[in-house]
Design a protein around this ligand. Structure first.
Ligand code: NDP
Length: 221
C-alpha cells in the first residue's frame, strides 16, 4: 500500500485520481482549499492552498512525518478573464503563475522529507500541452506561460532529485470534461485519470524528466 498525496483532489481530474488510488487500496490524502466541502471525496482531506507558503507549510506539518510514495501536483487554475497577448490582467497573470508554476514547486519542496524517506518516490506535475513550446497557438497567455514554466520546473526537479531516488513526470491529461475543460472536451475525467495513473505507476528513475501524454506517449517540451 502506497501513500498518495493529491493536490486539488476535491473535483475534476484530481477527484478521479483520488478515487482510482483509493479503489486500488492505497492511502489517499487530498490537499484541498476547503476540507469541509470535500466530504464526498475519498481519503483524508487536509487543508491546502498551493498558492500560499504558510498553508503549504501547515499541510506538510499535518502529514506528521509520514512517508509519501506518490505526490500528484494536480491543482491548477485557467487564469484571468483577460489574458490575450494584447490585453492582459497582470495581477491575474501573477496569480496564475503563483498557483500553476510555484504551487507544484512549493508543495514538492515542503514534502521532500516525506518523499525522501519513502524511497523510490514519484512526483507528478499535471501540466498542459498548452504550455508546450512546440505549440504556437496565441491565446491564454497566462495559462500557457504558467504551464511552460512548470514544465521547466519539472525538468529541474528531475535532475536535482534523482540523487534522492525521486522520479518526476510532467503530464498532459488530455482535454477533459471538467469545470476547467468544459462540457465539449474529448475525455471523461475517469478516462484521463486512468491513463495518468498508469503513467505515474510506471514511472521510475529510468524514465524521470519527461513530458508525458495521458496515453503513455511522450510530448515535446
Ligand atoms: P478543475 O477546475 O475541475 O479543478 C481544479 C482543482 O484545482 C480544484 O480541485 C481546485 O480546488 C484546485 N485548486 C485550484 N487552485 C488551488 C489552490 N490555490 N490550492 C489548492 N487547490 C486549488 O480542473 P481540472 O480537474 O480540469 O484540472 C486539473 C489539472 O489539469 C490542472 O492543473 C489543469 O491545468 C490541468 N489540465 C486540465 C485540462 C482539462 O482539459 N481539463 C487540460 C490540460 C491540463 P477548488 O475546488 O478549491 O477551486
Amino acid at each position: 500500500m502506497a501513500t498518495v498525496v493529491i493536490t486539488g483532489g476535491n473535483r475534476g481530474i484530481g477527484l478521479h485520481l483520488a478515487r482510482l488510488y483509493a479503489d486500488a487500496g492505497h492511502e489517499v490524502v487530498i490537499g484541498v482549499r476547503r476540507p469541509e466541502a470535500a466530504a464526498d471525496a475519498p481519503g483524508e482531506a487536509l487543508a491546502l492552498d498551493v498558492g500560499d507558503d504558510a498553508s503549504v507549510a501547515a499541510f506538510a506539518g499535518s502529514l506528521n512525518g509520514r512517508n509519501v510514495d506518490i505526490l500528484i501536483n494536480n491543482a491548477g487554475v485557467s487564469g484571468p478573464e483577460r489574458q490575450s497577448a494584447r490585453d492582459t490582467d497582470f495581477a491575474g497573470f501573477l496569480d496564475t503563475l503563483n498557483i500553476n508554476t510555484l504551487g507544484p514547486l512549493r508543495v514538492t519542496q515542503a514534502l521532500l522529507p516525506n518523499l525522501r524517506q519513502a524511497g523510490n518516490a514519484k512526483v507528478a506535475i499535471v501540466s498542459s500541452r498548452m504550455g508546450s513550446l512546440a505549440s504556437t497557438e496565441p491565446d491564454m497567455v497566462a495559462y500557457r506561460a504558467s504551464k511552460a514554466a512548470v514544465n521547466k520546473v519539472a525538468q529541474c526537479l528531475a535532475t536535482n532529485l534523482a540523487a534522492d531516488g525521486i522520479a518526476i513526470a510532467a503530464l498532459h491529461p488530455g482535454w477533459v470534461r471538467t469545470d476547467m475543460g468544459g462540457p465539449s472536451a474529448d475525455l471523461a475525467p475517469e478516462e484521463s485519470a486512468r491513463g495518468l495513473k498508469e503513467v505515474i505507476d510506471g514511472l521510475s528513475l529510468a524514465t524521470t524528466g519527461h513530458f508525458w501524454n495521458y496515453d503513455g506517449g511522450f510530448l515535446p517540451w
